[in-house]
Design a protein around this ligand. Structure first.
Ligand SMILES: Cc1cc2nc3c(=O)[nH]c(=O)nc-3n(C[C@H](O)[C@H](O)[C@H](O)COP(=O)(O)OP(=O)(O)OC[C@H]3O[C@@H](n4cnc5c(N)ncnc54)[C@H](O)[C@@H]3O)c2cc1C
Length: 475
């Protein structure tokens, strides 16, 4: 084994090639190229095959990372693909957008002295190769069962659950209010992090596997929860969280102050070549504008990087804490800075100024005060520090909350937490309504794709147990 592995002592960490910033700004294509076979094999061979693999432990999906790194280093790529797919429904997507620096790679044991194995890039290489080699095939269940499951939401939680249920032979229907399946994978996350055909081939495969998609179908408009419960033997709610957190400052009602997701959805639709009046009439197009994005998370990063690609005159990211304390990924901040985004640390909006539409943001400087209950230093305004920055388009990226699902679904009996997330029994993921399960962001609050996949898989497993019990009762 040592011959093909443990190369971290002699071989340095290498990332796939990154396109130059100037070239990146010209399109919405991904930033990183694919490893070639030699680089993927070499980088996989840096794995130390340690006794307690912290990469595996810190992966929400419990991916068998050392195993598929070993198979890659040995050139056994199809087996590596099968191993990676046994715990993950979309490994090539996780390879692209998981925050590996906080999960697997951040916990790699060689990280301290030798730089982590580039796990995400190898994962992407393995599964992209599987797609091009034709190893990823539609699901053909061994049996066809007569029970059906209705899934509300075609994001990663809903899609992963659908795949697991279909493998077992259940009839699966997915309902989504958008015209394309994928949830935030298609309409939230921009193409420069995740190209859309990568998502499309996954959803296409599910369609070819016999899963029925009902798109442009909103629960609460086309049907209520009760209608779906009549139709199906079990229901999974996987609707995500979409209501942007507001900001209470003077002038917030002015024109051209928009929610991050409105902005990103429109931009992603344009990427598909759709006609989008709000963009086509210039309202949600950053071209030639002074753009100010407020927030410091990954959504804010996606907005600033979208705005520079649309040809904004200037793009500033206003964040109330400092670089070390921002929630967004450090890698994404670096990418954004290379692309011309200006980060204004320790600053918060005091007011928006303008006649009918925003013309400037009055900001004040902040400093980090005493730690709050969570141990995080709370930002506080510095008196008399106000200053103005020009702004024709302000984007609020302050986090997301659930919609009022009981009202929307016409189901006041559905129990939700005080934050509006669906309350489930954490062992079974069933809500207080018999046969109605929930998974993903709508249970956890805004989280990560890898957790949505995990939840979808766990919910599918509970739904299978539930359906078997129901069947046994009838027999
Ligand atoms: C801008 C942005 C960037 C992100 N970047 C990353 C990243 O880089 N890495 C990462 O791991 N995570 C990232 N995330 C988080 C990640 O996208 C989510 O955690 C994940 O998509 C949640 O999956 P989900 O299936 O629970 O919900 P979603 O992906 O939100 O899917 C929910 C689906 O339900 C549908 N729906 C909602 N209500 C109804 C209804 N009433 N009727 C029918 N359909 C309905 C929606 O249309 C949607 O398709 C990002 C999030 C955002 C907003």
């Amino acid at each position: 084994m040592a011959e093909k592995l443990l190369k971290f002592v002699s071989l340095e960490q290498e990332m796939p090639l990154k396109r130059a910033a100037k070239q990146r700004l010209a399109d919405f294509r991904e930033v990183y190229a694919e490893f070639d076979t030699a680089s993927a094999t070499a980088q996989a061979s840096r794995c130390s095959q340690c006794g307690v693999p912290f990469c595996h432990i810190h992966c929400p999906l419990g991916n068998n990372i050392p195993d598929w790194l070993r198979l890659t280093a040995e050139g056994r790529l199809e087996e590596a693909f099968l191993m990676a797919s046994s715990t993950n429904n979309m490994p090539e997507i996780c390879g692209r957008i998981c925050p590996q620096d906080r999960l697997c790679e951040g916990n790699c044991v060689i990280e301290k002295d030798f730089d982590a194995v580039t796990i995400g890039s190898v994962e992407k290489y393995i599964v992209d190769t599987a797609w091009s080699e034709g190893w990823v095939r539609p699901i053909r269940p061994l049996v066809e069962l007569d029970q059906s499951v209705g899934i509300i939401g075609a994001g990663p939680a809903g899609l992963s659950a659908a795949e697991e249920l279909r493998k077992a032979g259940y009839q699966v229907h997915i309902y989504d209010r958008h015209d394309r399946a994928g949830g935030l994978l298609v309409y939230g996350i921009p193409g420069f992090k995740l190209e859309k055909d990568v998502v499309g081939r996954r959803t296409g495969r599910l369609e070819q596997s016999g899963i029925i998609f009902h798109l442009d179908f909103e629960i609460g408009r086309e049907a209520g929860l009760a209608d779906l419960r009549e139709k199906h033997d079990a229901i999974l709610i996987a609707t995500g969280v979409y209501r942007g957190r507001g900001l209470k400052v003077p002038g917030v009602g002015l024109g051209n102050i928009r929610e991050a997701l409105d902005y990103l959805i429109v931009s992603n639709k344009k990427g598909f070549g759709d006609k989008v009046p709000e963009y086509d009439n210039g309202n949600l197009d950053a071209k030639g504008k002074n753009v100010v994005v407020i927030g410091g998370g990954d959504t804010a990063m996606d907005c600033v990087r979208t705005a520079v690609r649309q040809g904004a005159k200037s793009v500033k990211c206003l964040y109330r804490r400092d670089r070390a304390n921002m929630p967004g990924s450090a890698r994404e901040v670096q990418n954004a800075e290379e692309e011309g985004v200006e980060f204004v640390w320790l600053s918060g909006p005091e007011a928006f100024v303008g006649k009918t539409a925003v013309e400037a943001v009055r900001a004040y400087k902040m400093r980090l005060g005493a730690p709050d209950a969570t141990g995080r230093q709370a930002p506080e305004p510095v008196p008399g520090s106000s200053y103005m920055m020009p702004c024709d388009l302000a984007i609020l990226a302050l986090g997301f909350e659930p919609e009022d699902l009981p009202a929307l679904f016409g189901a006041p009996e559905l129990r939700v937490s005080r934050w509006g997330t669906v309350t489930v029994d954490h062992a079974s993921m069933m809500s207080n309504l018999d046969g109605v399960f929930a998974a993903g962001d709508i249970v956890r609050g805004a989280s990560l794709v890898v957790w949505a996949i995990r939840d979808g898989r766990d919910a599918a497993s509970s739904i299978k147990t539930y359906l078997k019990t129901q069947k046994a009762k009838v027999a």
